[in-house]
Design a protein around this ligand. Sequence first.
Ligand SMILES: NC(=O)C1=CN([C@@H]2O[C@H](COP(=O)(O)OP(=O)(O)OC[C@H]3O[C@@H](n4cnc5c(N)ncnc54)[C@H](OP(=O)(O)O)[C@@H]3O)[C@@H](O)[C@H]2O)C=CC1
Ligand SMILES: O=C(O)[C@@H]1CCC=N1
Length: 264
Amino acid sequence: MKIGFIGCGNMASAMIGGILKKGIVKKEEIIVSNLTEAGSRRSREKLGVETTMDNRQVVTQAEIVFLAVKPQFYEEVLTEIKDLLTEKHILVGIAPGKTLKWLEDTCGCPVKTVRLMPNTPAQVGAGMTAGCCNDRVTEEEAQKIREIAESFGRFEFIPERLMDAFSAVCGCSPAYVFMFIEAMADAAVAQGLPRSQAYSFAAQAVMGSAKMVLETGRHPAELKDMVCSPAGSTIEGVRILEDKGMRSAVFEALTGAAEKGKRL
Ligand SMILES: NC(=O)C1=CN([C@@H]2O[C@H](COP(=O)(O)OP(=O)(O)OC[C@H]3O[C@@H](n4cnc5c(N)ncnc54)[C@H](OP(=O)(O)O)[C@@H]3O)[C@@H](O)[C@H]2O)C=CC1
Ligand SMILES: O=C(O)[C@@H]1CCC=N1
């Protein structure tokens, strides 16, 4: 089964990296398209897959077709390829806001449709992806999609109504976590740590904290309390974060991201 990607930028490259590493298909069984020759060259050099600047060639050759362009270009690309879609194809959208119904309606033909929301940690095999399928997708095909998504991290099927919330908490959140790490490192530098160590120490602390949530099953508040010694240094930082509205800022950011996603 050949896999195609229309658009091969940050997200598609991360996904393809996992697919190749886990041997889901060989690199000869992946075809990608880009808008520019520079993009094609980048995909060839980085991934070693077949490249084209003709989106229709992707649909002709591949059975699973990922739409990995920005949401603004979804309609244009679907208009370009829709007459080539047959019952053998599985069309996979990865953009926020592009619902299964929108994808089906825009294609204007009965097509197997999947909606996935990956995230960039897929680049290091630590992605968190969720997805949903329309009822034309068989159980066996859904398992194939799961196998692909699990090649670059964790995967779960969820009801489509939860995709916008998921997009905010997993698709977008890496950007916020990177901002948090950057801010932590800046403060560490201000306190005298060399910058390169500041980034790696801050990132390791964030990764270790996330691992504790995942592996201990304990409530984040309980884990936080374990760090805060009475009259100690941590609780002073907690007081300042509460005063600066950290929880509310995160709440608002994710709500804004989910709401914006619905409108894309
Ligand atoms: N980045 C992220 O964290 C996440 C992104 N997504 C979704 O993934 C999708 C892709 O995002 P991302 O990878 O970040 O975007 P990028 O800008 O990194 O990549 C976009 C790619 O699309 C190509 N492209 C643009 N127009 C066309 C066209 N008409 N035909 C063929 N290829 C085209 C570009 O080619 P060229 O290089 O030649 O310009 C480029 O390879 C978006 O829908 C986004 O919402 C989902 C989850 C997370
Ligand atoms: O910013 C965006 O819209 C995309 C979707 C999730 C992450 N990046």
